[in-house]
Design a protein. Structure first.
Length: 573
């Protein structure tokens, strides 16, 4: 019997010889291949007859190349990987692993792709030494390695020529953060503060928490609305950390018994980050919370916020009205200001005078007059608004209605030919209406001035790099009241967890919304001082999609998960 030589055999023959499949399975796969036009290996994998590793092994045997396993891919030298641009690597499924003076070792899905090999020679001026790897293994490795390369590059960019402006704008002072500008005993603390700021900015964090405990300091950052621990320095470092932050924010370093608030600004080459500092004494020492506001620009628009098409049509129509009031509600950090900024961006024009009163001004918008409230010097919301009335505004944004005086001015603005956007802290759209009544506005004024009330939340979106499908259990579906029939036999999605998303399975956030359009019937209920349950039921009867239902739509669309919707919304009763 002739000796079996894989280099002179077909893929199917090698698989049969190795016992991975039998002749019957091979014939079935060949028949399917004739119909689909796919490669035989892809057909076998899709039909679960072989694994990707089996195919890579056979491919390497047939072509005489060495096989590389997934662990080796993840050990690639990042400096070498950077020699091949990420776009090229992803398009041609190639990953650089190591190099010598004359050769570069690369892993490829198709080692016979001569065009790619020639391009690699031109790109690197080295001779490619090709190894064979599976497509999905290559993709996972590229996601992690190029993700880390991007992050390190972002950090270098963010901290290139960085300056910190200490204190308020009125008494601003530039502080040099570099360790070589401070004394030897302070240098480790300065480096630690820099490292915390660096990690937070790199990971898109909105807040940094330094929390003293009995034997350590827990440093957590809030990414996409959820806190994650990044380091736990010893408790002996607390005093130095707090003192350094107090110096940056011009606070009293001797006062440790009372809460303090301050601020400083981080200025990089193309970004400006406003850092709000809050210090609170606890039993183990002072807890510090830093809120990071990236003021470099506003990148959102209405379509990118996450509106369903029917909600977008309603909202877009309402904000085009010449007068009235649009109120957005939700807890702190639910994206209210972002929605209002996106609205102003949508409707601003040369023919309108748009003015805002905010505390703080979170984003700088071109073509809009933004006023920063300063309660400590008497420039409150109400004081600012009285002056703005003489500034001939067409459209007004009030950062938040906090008291009866501000609410009264906002209502009068909206009833005298101005379009007013504002926010209120409330749990849902119906309770927003009753919250305005609680503040002290008369029911007939609330009913007359309101055009639209919108409640919103932010839910984390599934990481695109590690997104996978799965079939949820009945218990999971019950968690948000999702009926199995709505799945129509389709699977849902979740994130497996990877370096790109810090193993959370989520990256980024999107809004879910609940809109009450003030119809004649609902205005009538408000005039009658009806309670929120009656208003809510009428809105639902008129077709309102609740926050929970809006979240379920995002789950069915594969954008977020059941757990996220359960975390962000309450059950509809």
């Amino acid at each position: 019997m002739a000796e079996f030589n894989p280099q002179f055999s077909k893929i199917g023959e090698i698989l049969v010889h190795l016992g991975k499949i039998n002749d019957s399975q091979l014939n079935t796969a060949l028949a399917n291949q004739q119909k689909s036009g796919e490669k035989l290996g892809s057909v076998l994998i899709h039909n679960n007859m072989i694994t990707e590793d089996d195919l890579v092994t056979v491919y390497a045997m047939q072509l005489g190349y060495q096989q590389v396993d997934e662990d080796q891919l993840f050990k690639a030298d990042h400096k070498i990987t950077k020699l091949i641009p990420e776009d090229f690597a992803r398009e041609h499924k190639v990953l650089a692993l190591a190099k010598s003076d004359s050769t570069i070792q690369v892993a490829m899905e198709d080692p016979e792709d001569l065009v790619t090999i020639d391009n690699l020679k031109r790109l690197t001026s080295l001779t490619p030494d090709v190894l064979v790897a599976g497509s999905s293994a290559l993709e996972r490795a590229m996601n992690e390695i190029y993700g880390k390369i991007r992050q390190s590059g972002e950090v270098e960019e963010v901290f290139e020529g960085i300056k910190v402006i200490s204190g308020d704008e009125d008494d601003a002072e530039e502080v040099d953060l570099s360790p070589d500008k401070v004394s030897a005993e302070d240098a480790p603390i300065v480096r630690l503060v820099n490292l915390i700021l660096q990690e937070a900015i790199k990971e898109r964090a909105t807040d940094i928490h330094l929390e003293p405990q009995q034997d350590k300091v827990v440093v957590r950052i809030r990414i996409d609305g959820v806190l994650q621990t990044i380091m736990t320095p010893p408790s002996t470092s607390l005093s130095g950390l707090v003192t350094r932050i107090k110096i940056l924010s011009k606070l009293n370093i001797a006062e440790r018994r009372l809460p303090q608030d301050g601020r400083f600004t981080i200025k990089a080459t193309n970004r400006e980050i406003d850092v709000r500092v809050s210090i609170l004494p606890t039993i183990y020492g002072e807890k510090v919370v830093l809120r990071l506001l990236d003021k470099s620009g506003f990148a959102y628009n209405l379509k990118s916020l996450g509106f369903e098409q029917d909600m977008y049509a309603i909202f877009r129509r309402v904000i085009a009205q010449p007068y009235g009031m649009v109120v957005v509600s939700g807890p702190t950090g639910s994206g209210k200001s972002t929605s209002l900024y996106a609205s102003l961006k949508e409707i601003k024009s040369e023919g309108t005078n748009i003015t805002t009163v905010e505390d703080p001004v979170e984003y700088h918008l071109e073509g809009i007059n933004q006023v920063q409230a300063h309660e400590e010097i008497g420039l409150s919301f109400s004081a600012s608004l009285r002056s703005i009335l003489r500034q001939d505004p067409d459209i007004l944004l009030i950062g938040e209605i906090r008291d009866e005086e501000t609410a009264d001015i906002a209502v009068k603005f909206s009833l005298t030919g101005h379009l007013v956007f504002t926010t209120v802290h409330a749990n849902d759209a119906a309770s927003t209406v009753t919250r305005l009544l609680d503040i002290g506005i008369k029911p007939f004024l609330v009913g007359s001035c309101l055009n639209l009330v919108m409640a919103q939340r932010l839910v984390r979106t599934i990481c695109k790099n590690c997104k996978e499908s799965y079939m949820p259990t009945d218990e999971e579906l019950d968690l948000i009241g999702l009926e199995k029939s709505k799945l129509n036999g389709n699977e849902l999605f979740r994130g497996r967890g990877c370096s790109h998303c810090r193993n959370t399975g989520y990256h980024g956030r999107i809004g879910i919304f609940e809109l009450i359009l003030m119809s004649r019937e609902i205005r009538g209920l408000v005039f009658e001082n009806a309670n929120e349950d009656i208003i809510r039921q009428k809105a639902v009867d008129d077709g309102m999609c609740t926050l929970r239902e809006s979240g379920i739509r995002k789950v069915l669309a594969g954008i977020t998960t059941i757990a996220e919707v359960a975390r962000s919304t309450v059950e509809d009763f």
